[in-house]
Ligand binder design. Structure first.
Ligand code: CA
Length: 224
């Protein structure tokens, strides 16, 4: 079955580039440059995922998303400019599943697409197993072999967020948004601090490299 992705972007070069890359990965794509047309198309047809730019002619991406969400839950990744923090906030508030800040690396977008398609197909997972480590989301229980690992709420949420995005580099900013929320105005260093707590309780105790640092970017949990 084809996976169809709607690309809503008025910058022809970006739309074309993203479309070519996605088609190369085996997705079917359609590009629309106008907000109002995009909304009609997204309401008319069942897409598996929508990539939605915010700055668009006739109807901006935030408004497209707001109207789409009145009836549909198609996964949406919004594209925002680096300086438009408000777009990101209102986009996620209105039900965007994810966001990318322009300019972005195509590999990052492809990884985000895979994560969001998997979530919408398989629903959210209730447990994760990595080697001897298992995480039961409903029971909020983490074990390594027979050992119960005692994590605080934030440590647990951060670990689950990393697991949900396995094989994707998580920036400090993304971790902060997901785990601490937008009402947190502190420094992104808090993420580093909590990664240290997690490593002290898991990596260091069991002599494993669960959480990898990606220099200059963030953190990643890898699993083949
Ligand atoms: Ca645009």
């Amino acid at each position: 079955m084809d996976t169809e992705i709607l690309i809503v972007e008025d910058e022809q070069k970006i739309a074309r580039f993203v479309s070519l890359e996605l088609e190369h990965e085996g997705y079917k794509t359609k590009c629309i440059a106008d907000g109002r047309e995009a909304l009609d198309e997204a309401l008319r047809k069942e897409y598996d995922l929508i990539i939605l730019d915010v700055m668009l002619p006739s109807l901006n991406g935030i408004e497209v998303l707001r109207r789409l969400r009145q009836t549909k839950s198609t996964p949406v990744i919004i594209l925002t400019a680096r300086d438009q923090v408000m777009d990101k906030v209102s986009g996620l508030d209105l039900g965007a599943n994810d966001y990318m800040t322009k300019p972005f690396a195509i590999e990052e977008l492809l990884a985000r697409i895979r994560v969001n398609l998997k979530k919408s197909l398989g629903g959210t997972k209730t447990s994760y197993t990595l080697g001897k480590l298992s995480v039961d989301i409903d029971a909020r229980k983490v074990t390594y072999g027979d050992d119960l690992i005692d994590l605080t709420k934030k440590e647990f949420d951060l670990l689950v967020f990393l697991l949900e995005n396995k094989n994707v580099v998580i920036t400090r900013e993304k971790a902060l948004d997901a785990v601490w929320g937008f009402d947190f105005y502190g420094n992104t260093n808090v993420v580093d601090v909590y990664i240290r707590y997690l490593r002290a309780k898991i990596d260091n105790v069991y002599k494993i490299d669960l959480i990898e640092t990606v220099r200059g970017s963030g953190y990643i949990i890898r699993q083949d």
